[in-house]
Design a binder for this molecule. Structure first.
Ligand SMILES: Cc1cc2nc3c(=O)[nH]c(=O)nc-3n(C[C@H](O)[C@H](O)[C@H](O)COP(=O)(O)OP(=O)(O)OC[C@H]3O[C@@H](n4cnc5c(N)ncnc54)[C@H](O)[C@@H]3O)c2cc1C
Length: 447
């Protein structure tokens, strides 16, 4: 093992402590910056209201475009660290060549010019909510409203004591890194190096990016093995007692299509991963693997922590997610800062989190653009709820999918309630619907 575990853990503890403390970290724990924070103004602020959007994923792209449509008097600036957009939704299909790269990749500059908002490529380093200012690698920017659409980060620390080296256990769930990681997975699958065991464990199902996608990925890798007559087996280690959502549909796919290629192990909480000796210890037993995909739990992106948006759970510890007013989606303690998409925290005592999906992030983008536009017009926002619809490709020949839909209502006590509708009946029609859905969403965000 090349990493010194003691140093690693000490470093990790220090890092998370300063994250948790946000701006309030004691000066002695802060390392002197190598390069000072950019102090120059990125764009001088004019008379028109300015809305700054952090993140150009599914939520950020939607809210930026909708703001220009609904509040044309406002200046909209979208800040994103990546130069191009690469969609996570449909990327599993890209892994096995059902869609090509150009379908998923889009140029931010071209899209922003088309809709009249400003795209700045850069990292957002800090948010000073007291002065309504964000600090980026390109300079500082004042805002009237801030929309944080920064997605997630992996939380390996919650899963195993030591984060496995990225190049050995790809997860492929972050835009930016996704493409490179999926490219590696794709190459490994093609070169048949995925023979043997592959692992998917997703302990924070309720708050993980699209809880069904690891099962879809397992099906598509198994399909690759089957089609190419590779003697490989995908072992899914699931901390949950059963597959969910769309459990009946996935179970049928595993048993009927991939009996010789997929083993599903429920109640398998990962305890330790040794990527060097290729061994894994779980509550359901120990095993070895040839290649592992470690689906660590997620939490809100770092910038959501730095901006002080992360709330506190019932145990008094950071909840990991932005503490928003459930129906208004702005922070409980700052109505000038909205959070949308994956970074949003619990919104209901019954189902807790909206699914972490592109569909919800896109819905949130529409809703929050409407709220801000109405506030700029001096009106009380008309409150709305998102919906969700996801398709999972489970068979490649013939192409067949299953799907899950979530609808939301507010009960008499003002609590948001969720209705989940699983469509377990795998069929080709759902694949066509999936592509129709993707076409409409891409058009809504990008065209
Ligand atoms: C493999 C896979 C398949 C999926 N399939 C589906 C599907 O079929 N349907 C579906 O609805 N959902 C799907 N999802 C889930 C979906 O991708 C996410 O829920 C969605 O992208 C969340 O949108 P978001 O805007 O909140 O965050 P993201 O889309 O993750 O965007 C966040 C953006 O913020 C940027 N950012 C973060 N911090 C900073 C910073 N400090 N400075 C500058 N930029 C920053 C990031 O670079 C990123 O581009 C899938 C996810 C994965 C991983």
């Amino acid at each position: 093992m090349t990493l010194d575990r003691r140093h690693f853990l000490a470093g990790a503890a220090g890092a998370s402590a300063s994250l948790l403390a946000g701006c309030a970290a004691p000066a002695s724990t802060l390392l002197p910056p190598l390069v000072g924070m950019p102090t120059q103004t990125l764009l001088p602020k004019g008379a028109s209201p300015r809305i700054v959007v952090v993140g150009g994923g599914w939520g950020g792209l939607t809210v930026a475009k909708q703001l220009r449509l609904l509040a044309p008097q406002a200046e909209v600036v979208m800040l994103e660290r990546n130069p191009v957009f690469f969609s996570c939704p449909l990327s599993n299909k890209w892994l096995i060549d059902v869609v090509d790269t150009s379908f998923l990749t889009h140029d931010y500059l071209r899209v922003s010019e088309r809709h009249g908002y400003r795209f700045v490529q850069g990292e957002v380093l800090e948010v000073d909510r007291a002065t309504r200012r964000v600090v980026t690698t390109q300079g500082q920017l004042d805002y009237d409203y801030l929309v944080i659409a920064a997605g997630i980060r992996y939380n390996y620390e919650a899963l195993v004591r030591q984060r496995p080296p990225r190049r050995r256990c790809h997860q492929g769930a972050l835009p930016g890194r996704l493409r490179a990681q999926c490219r590696t997975l794709r190459a490994q699958a093609r070169a048949a190096r995925l023979q043997g065991r592959r692992l998917g464990d997703e302990p924070a199902a309720a708050a993980a990016a699209l809880p069904a996608q690891p099962y879809e990925r397992a099906c598509l890798v198994a399909r690759h093995f089957k089609t190419n007559k590779i003697k490989g087996r995908v072992t899914i280690l699931d901390h949950k007692p059963r597959i969910a959502p769309i459990g009946v549909g996935f179970k049928a796919a595993f048993e009927e299509l991939y009996k010789d290629y997929i083993t599903y192990v429920p109640n398998a909480q990962v305890q330790e991963v040794d990527p060097f000796n290729k061994r894994i210890k779980t509550s359901a037993g120990d095993m070895r693997f040839d290649h592992a995909v470690l689906m660590a739990p997620h939490r809100a992106a770092d910038i959501a922590w730095k901006a002080g948006t992360v709330g506190t759970g019932a145990d008094g510890k950071p909840s990991g997610w932005a503490d928003v007013e459930p129906r208004r989606l702005h922070l409980r303690n700052d109505d000038r800062v909205y959070v949308i998409g994956d970074a949003v925290g619990a919104v209901s005592p019954t189902f807790r989190f909206y699914p972490k999906s592109g569909h919800v992030a896109n819905s949130h983008g529409h809703i929050v653009a409407g709220y801000i536009a109405q506030r700029l017009a001096g009106k009380e926002p008309e409150l709305k709820l998102p919906d969700n619809l996801c398709y999972m490709l489970v068979n490649g020949s013939p192409r067949e999918a299953i799907s899950v839909q979530f609808d939301y209502t507010v009960n008499a006590q003002g609590v948001i309630e969720q209705q989940q509708i699983d469509d377990n009946d795998r069929r080709a029609e759902l694949v066509s619907e999936n592509f129709r859905w993707a076409g409409l969403k891409f058009e809504d965000m990008l065209a």
